[in-house]
Design a protein around this ligand. Structure first.
Ligand code: KMH
Ligand code: ZN
Length: 271
């Protein structure tokens, strides 16, 4: 089986320090946590920037600082978010693309997001995809609902994104696709042959879905963006602790862990 790509989603836009005291917030903290996750076995770091007070921001200069700081420490793939927080505008959300990352997220549809709506009108999707194409940035298609796969395929037809596609199934967001194995199998069956995929299970679903992805030949995302606990009632000490567990399980299963360069090969990213 292909080596396992582990993405560390270390900060996100929603979690607070009050909920998870070890949440990395400043560029230095984010870079250090990315480096530790890299040492533990992560080959991609999914980045959300924050202001000093913890407020989510899509400010290009903060993303640039984070990327430069991470790149000084290691060659992990830096994957900024174009999702931002639900209240960010399109002009804010697009900013991280201007630092020319190797990869970035691309959500291809609108969905419920707890009590909020994560809005991705066609105009946003196409604008982000065009910018990524122009800058040779590999999109990770964030799928919160089944229809988002269809929308991604429309982008392929329009020539805005190219195969092979890479999907991340974000499962268990309240109001969006549930984190069940049946749903995961269905989503995997709906993507074009030759695509790659990972799964990000929200909250208590993170570990069980990671196990299924390891066994099914997919890839795994873990981290405080999706889940702040190590087990029920016990907060994780760090993002690294969550990465380390996936590494141990995957190796026991007989699946080795991809380095960043091996992940680039698997995802067909040209550096
Ligand atoms: N924070 C969510 C509203 C992404 O990073 O591309 C959107 C999100 C997706 O996290
Ligand atoms: Zn994100």
């Amino acid at each position: 089986m292909e080596k396992l790509i582990i993405t560390a989603a270390i900060t996100g836009a929603e979690v607070t320090r009050e909920q998870q005291p070890n949440l990395p917030i400043t560029p230095d903290e984010i870079a250090e946590e990315a480096y530790r996750c890299y040492l533990a076995g992560a080959s991609i770091v999914h980045v959300h920037a924050r202001k000093g007070d913890g407020t989510p921001t899509q400010n290009v200069e903060i993303y640039r600082e984070i990327k430069e700081k991470i790149e000084k420490k290691c060659n992990i793939i830096v994957q900024p978010s174009t999702g931002g927080a639900v209240w960010h505008s399109i002009e804010e959300r697009i900013q991280p693309l201007f630092i020319n990352p190797e990869m970035a997220t691309l959500s291809t549809g609108t969905c419920n997001f707890g009590k909020d709506i994560f809005a991705n009108p066609q105009e946003y999707i196409e604008r982000f995809a065009e910018e990524m194409k122009k800058r040779n940035i590999k999109p990770e298609i964030e799928v919160f609902e089944r229809g988002m796969i269809e929308n991604a395929l429309k982008l392929v037809k329009k020539g805005l994104i190219a195969q092979p596609l890479h999907f991340d199934f974000v499962m268990g967001v309240p109001g969006a696709v549930p984190a069940t194995v049946n749903d995961l199998v269905h989503l995997v069956n709906c993507i074009p042959e030759g695509s790659t995929w990972s799964v990000a299970g929200i909250g208590r679903h993170e570990l069980p879905l990671a196990l299924h992805a390891i066994a099914m030949g997919g890839h795994v995302r873990v981290g405080f963006e999706d889940n702040i606990y190590y087990r029920k009632g016990e907060l994780a000490r760090s993002n690294t602790q969550l990465v380390e567990r996936v590494v141990r399980i995957s190796r026991e299963f007989g699946r080795e862990i991809a380095t960043p360069d091996e992940a680039r090969d698997i995802l067909k990213i040209s550096k």
